[in-house]
Design a protein around this ligand. Structure first.
Ligand SMILES: [Zn+2]
Length: 430
């Protein structure tokens, strides 16, 4: 019965061609502990609320029939390796652990494959792919949190906020980059990073850790790193965040010095643009702090952690960096798994948004001219990496691994949107 109800919620959700829902039904404000702020772009803001109502109403019915509360608070941790296909994972395994090794992300009990095509292109970009993960809807390349008609799509982060959950976004790229942006922002151009930064701060995301301080400071403000702020004068988002009670940090030391029990919200900006490797703080340190802060919320939490530069290294045909960044994401996955050990009501998913580079491996050095290597496995065995002739993203299926409640939903072959559906199953079961 409960499963049927949840399925019905998902049906409702995925059939939400938003503007078709009647705009005349008012929403009781007490249902929205963190009401969705109106978009700053020209998109009609009411649609967000209408969608949310479609979701929240059945939840009230479910609460009446559901079983007692779980022993621990629920959580969803979504790890995204940008550009991390099957071979990226395999290369990291070979270099880090050897041919018979198994990455933490590959040791999860459920494994599936995701089709990554966007609404308008067989080869997606990170904006459309992240929108699919965040909203369960396919959209055009370049679009963030809107469908191909540029209509608002509610995101898993917003749904979690409406359930009273704490939410966080962590990345090694700029926070305004496409992957984190699609979870908090509704805008049809991923390039408008100043608008993206403003919408992201309006969304009141509890934990924001990554690079890109230049998109948050106003002109004339230097921040902690070289490169001036780019927001208009008087629109300093860091000052705004501090005024709203955020802790602001810009170094690994400051991040480590945060006392989670004293910290409800944090904005951490660790580079002017994308973070420099070796990352400081590491992706694992950012993940640990995010979990420490968010998991204090008894209602639950949603956290997205992105290894964002695996894709950049794929564009650069830099196999060494792909491997190092995949291993650093894997270390962050271990942090999530360790948390989940003590908190079984945690859904952990590891996915990519697409593959980048058309990477291939061989052990005889006899591949293409576009070759990188040799790389050495721990036992001394050499291997080489070959690349696609055409640089950039591919339409390859990408691996998805998962553990925890509802993870079994992610076996077999499915579009990226099924990851959103799985996260909402988890969200609405609490
Ligand atoms: Zn890319």
């Amino acid at each position: 019965m409960r499963k049927l109800l949840i399925f019905f919620i998902i049906l409702l959700l995925s059939s939400c061609a938003l503007p078709e829902i009647s705009p005349t039904q008012p929403l009781p404000s007490q249902d929205f502990p963190t009401a969705l702020p109106a978009a700053t772009n020209t998109l009609p803001p009411t649609e967000t609320l209408e969608t949310t109502e479609a979701v929240i109403t059945p939840k009230a019915t479910e609460a009446a029939t559901s079983t007692p509360a779980p022993e621990t608070s629920p959580g969803i941790i979504l790890f995204i390796g940008d550009g991390m296909g099957t071979i990226q994972r395999q290369a990291a395994t070979w270099l880090g652990l050897g041919e018979n090794g198994v990455l933490a992300m590959d040791a999860m009990p459920v494994r599936g494959s995701a089709i990554t095509s966007s609404a308008n292109n067989e080869v997606t970009d990170s904006a459309a792919a992240s929108t699919a993960l965040a909203t369960g809807q396919l959209t055009n390349n370049q679009f963030l949190g809107v469908n191909s008609q540029k209509e608002l799509l509610v995101t898993i982060l917003e749904l979690a906020q409406n359930q009273g959950w704490s939410v966080g976004l962590v990345t090694t790229t700029q926070l305004t980059h496409a992957t984190p942006a699609a979870f908090a922002v509704h805008h049809p151009s991923r390039d408008d990073t100043l608008i993206i930064a403003r919408q992201m701060m309006e969304k009141q995301v509890d934990v924001l850790l990554g690079g890109g301080e230049d998109d948050f400071f106003s002109r004339g403000e230097d921040g902690c790193f070289t490169g001036n702020g780019r927001q208009p004068k008087g629109a300093d988002l860091v000052a705004l965040a501090i005024g709203e009670g955020y802790s602001y940090v810009c170094s690994a030391e400051q991040l480590a010095a945060l006392e989670p029990s004293q910290t409800n919200r944090v904005l951490g900006l660790f580079a002017g643009g994308g973070m420099e490797s070796p990352y400081s703080p590491t992706l694992s340190e950012m993940t640990q702090t995010a979990i420490d802060i968010l998991s204090q919320d008894p209602d639950g939490f949603f956290l997205m952690v992105e290894g964002g530069q695996i894709d950049w290294a794929g564009h650069d045909r830099d196999a060494e960096k792909i491997i190092q960044d995949t291993l650093s994401l894997d270390a962050a996955v271990t942090i999530g798994q360790t948390y989940a050990l003590g908190h079984p009501e945690t859904l952990v998913i590891v996915t990519a948004d697409h593959e980048t580079g058309g990477m291939k491996l061989n052990k005889d050095g006899a591949g293409s001219l576009l070759q990188d290597g040799p790389f050495l496995m721990p036992d001394g065995t050499a291997f080489w990496v070959d690349w696609n002739l055409i640089k950039g993203h591919t339409s390859q299926l990408i691996p998805v691994t998962a553990q925890g409640p509802f993870s079994e939903n992610l076996s077999g072959e499915f579009p990226l949107t099924k990851i959103f559906e799985t996260m909402t199953l988890m969200l609405f079961s609490h």
